[in-house]
Design a protein around this ligand. Structure first.
Ligand SMILES: Nc1ncnc2c1ncn2[C@@H]1O[C@H](COP(=O)(O)OP(=O)(O)OP(=O)(O)O)[C@@H](O)[C@H]1O
Ligand SMILES: [Mg+2]
Length: 285
């Protein structure tokens, strides 16, 4: 069932001289177990769209269905918002700015307590979540403000993991992290996907899209410009200057065009491409 968005329109500051149409008639489906990416230029509406998924924003018109939850433009008609947010949780763009408790463990436990989990149990689950993002006991009692940006990002992600939602939405989870920090976050997200979670990620990093995602949605000026698999994204290049296919995948595509049986969706690294080419060469020897 998963997520269906129907004719979604969202206007910031409606009925004012500064009214801004951020989403304009977006219709799309995200299936269960997807690892989906939203891409597009800055200001194209990605954050606005994902903030509708847990009803942080309510459509100006149109509607959304997230499994059994329905989100419509009339605010008072939206029921069970708390349950929705337990089912689908959102990690904000720069979530580290939203840490505010005095210790790391309290920050991670905060969301759980909001969902009615008792303090001791919440702290226990917070510890498990922190360990799973690679932050051990040393961090539990620290103030979030003593941590580096990457560590804070992991605390924020632990806060969502502790809630254990079925669908995780991450708005630019690797922005501003160094190579290792980004890798750590992505292997964590990958693990969650392997554990059966649906992942929806906003990113500007095409390498991540090609490496991890099986579905991609391109937004352009508040409209959906493309939805489909990552390997068909090549046809979009040129039509949208926000999309630049990383060199590894350009090379793979060129080899494919020359007759090599390359499976772009299986390429995660240079070695993967080399192995596919080797297999092809061998068959020709
Ligand atoms: N709080 C707000 N008030 C008014 N306009 C806003 C607000 N937030 C976003 N907008 C406008 O809505 C449009 C879409 O913004 P949005 O933040 O969804 O873009 P984005 O694709 O996430 O961009 P980025 O890649 O920079 O994060 C932009 O034109 C932006 O200026
Ligand atoms: Mg954004």
């Amino acid at each position: 069932m998963a997520i269906q968005i129907k004719d979604l329109r969202y206007v910031y500051l409606p009925k004012t001289p500064n009214a801004n149409v951020a989403l304009d008639g977006v219709t799309l489906t995200i299936p269960d177990n997807a690892f989906a990416a939203f891409i597009g230029r800055t200001g194209s509406g990605k954050t606005t769209l994902v903030q509708h998924l847990n009803a942080l924003l309510i459509p100006t018109s149109g509607e959304l269905e997230v499994d059994e939850f329905k989100i419509v433009s009339k605010k008072r008609k939206n029921k069970k918002i708390k349950e929705l947010r337990k089912h689908l949780s959102l990690v904000f763009q720069f979530p580290e700015y939203q840490l505010f408790e005095e210790t790391v463990e309290k920050d991670v436990a905060f969301g759980l307590k909001n969902f009615g989990v008792k303090n001791d149990e919440a702290i226990k689950l917070a510890h498990e979540a922190l360990l799973s993002v690679g932050l051990d006991e040393k961090y539990f009692q620290k103030s979030p403000f003593e941590l580096s940006g990457g560590e804070r990002r992991r605390v924020a992600i632990a806060g969502i993991l502790a809630i254990n939602p079925d669908i995780l939405v991450l708005d630019e989870p690797t922005a501003g992290l160094d190579v290792k920090g980004a890798k750590d976050v992505m292997s964590l997200v990958q693990k969650m996907h392997e554990n059966g979670k649906t992942i929806i990620m906003v990113t500007h990093d095409m390498d991540l899209v090609m490496k991890y995602c099986n579905l991609v949605y391109v937004l352009k000026d508040g409209k959906l410009a493309y939805q489909g698999s990552t390997d068909k994204l090549f046809d979009q290049v040129g039509e949208d200057s926000a999309i630049e296919i990383p060199p590894l995948y350009q090379l793979a595509q060129k080899l494919k065009e020359r007759g090599a049986p390359i499976q772009i969706e299986n390429i995660k690294s240079v070695d993967d491409l080399i192995n596919q080419v080797k297999g092809w060469k061998k068959r020709h020897e």
